[in-house]
Design a protein around this ligand. Structure first.
Ligand code: ZN
Length: 309
């Protein structure tokens, strides 16, 4: 297997201000873990800037304009209560989305089996017309719509195991029967959406909320009985993973108790479906994860599974 690793130094220059959990040290922790000799086989690539047209498949032009207009020349500014921008944030957001679109291109071209995008800002809370929850552009949804537009890949699934509901991806996918979101998350928790009754206009949204305190056993059970069977039944041509690691037991923002081994296991299960349905074509993109050590070890376990399914 060949696995690509997309990142860019500017993603660690996206400053969010003192005490903010979505901080540059997160990305440094992930990249440092992937510097281990165990990951020597990763092919490292610099994330390009996404093109405006790629962003605007999900986000209206006036929203994109408003984001860039809000980027300050110095200091920080708020896009919403907890989404902060600083001078590097515009380029970081473009490279975060650009990592995913470039990874889609590379995997579709057969240059690699799969890819991991070590980027920030994360994306899954960003709705088409508003920034939310540390997210500016909806990176996974942009990747999905790019796969369709540039490669005529028809059916695309996003599997999201971040501890928070992927409301932004859900909003982008809601009306399209060929875009499926399979999302497990803690409930109740930010952003408050993601009940099992939210199913999309065509039954194409699969929300699987878990109660606070749920751990490995509950996670693997919903994967065995809901997420993986629904993914297989959807028969995707391409799979994107919204890889948030804040369901880890050490995470300070939530109350689930997953382990690194759970993330590796879930990754292998997703890859197994993708091998049969989608010729193994998988692109994963970093979402949350706020305990630096838990994040680093979880991301390493996830990428290890991408390398050795
Ligand atoms: Zn999260």
């Amino acid at each position: 297997m060949t696995t690509l690793l997309y990142s860019h130094p500017i993603c660690a220059e996206h400053e969010t201000g003192p005490g903010h959990p979505e901080r540059p040290a997160r990305l440094r922790a992930v990249l440092s873990a992937l510097d281990d000799p165990a990951f020597a086989a990763l092919e490292r690539r610099e994330a390009p800037l996404a093109e405006r047209a790629q962003i605007e498949r999900v986000h209206p032009s006036d929203y994109v304009e408003a984001v860039f207009a809000a980027v300050p020349g110095s200091g920080t500014a708020h896009l919403d209560g907890d989404t902060v921008v600083s001078p590097a944030s515009g380029e970081a957001a473009l490279r975060a989305a650009g990592a995913v679109t470039a990874a889609v291109d590379a995997v579709m071209a057969g240059e690699a089996d799969n890819a991991f995008c070590a980027i920030r800002p994360p994306g899954h809370h960003a709705e088409p017309d508003r920034a939310m929850g540390f997210c500016i552009f909806s990176n996974a949804a942009i990747g999905a719509l790019h796969a369709r537009a540039a490669h005529r890949v028809h059916r695309i699934a996003v599997v999201d195991f971040d501890v928070h509901h992927g409301n932004g991806t859900q909003a982008a996918f809601w009306d399209d029967p060929d875009l499926m979101l399979l999302c497990s998350h803690q409930m109740p928790l930010y952003p408050g959406t993601g009940s099992a009754g939210e199913r999309g206009a065509h039954g194409n949204i699969v929300n699987v909320p878990l109660p606070p305190g749920a751990g490995s056993e509950e996670f693997r059970e919903i994967y065995r009985h809901v997420v993986i069977p629904r993914l297989r039944a959807f028969d995707p041509d391409f799979v994107i993973i919204s890889a948030g690691f804040d369901a880890h037991y050490a995470d300070p923002l939530a109350g689930l108790n997953f382990t690194e081994a759970d993330f590796a296991w879930a990754t292998s299960e997703i890859l197994h479906v993708a091998e049969h349905a989608a010729r193994g074509r998988v692109v994963s993109t970093l979402e949350g994860g706020y305990d630096l050590d838990g994040l680093a070890r979880s991301a390493a376990a996830h990428v290890g599974a991408l390398l050795r399914p």
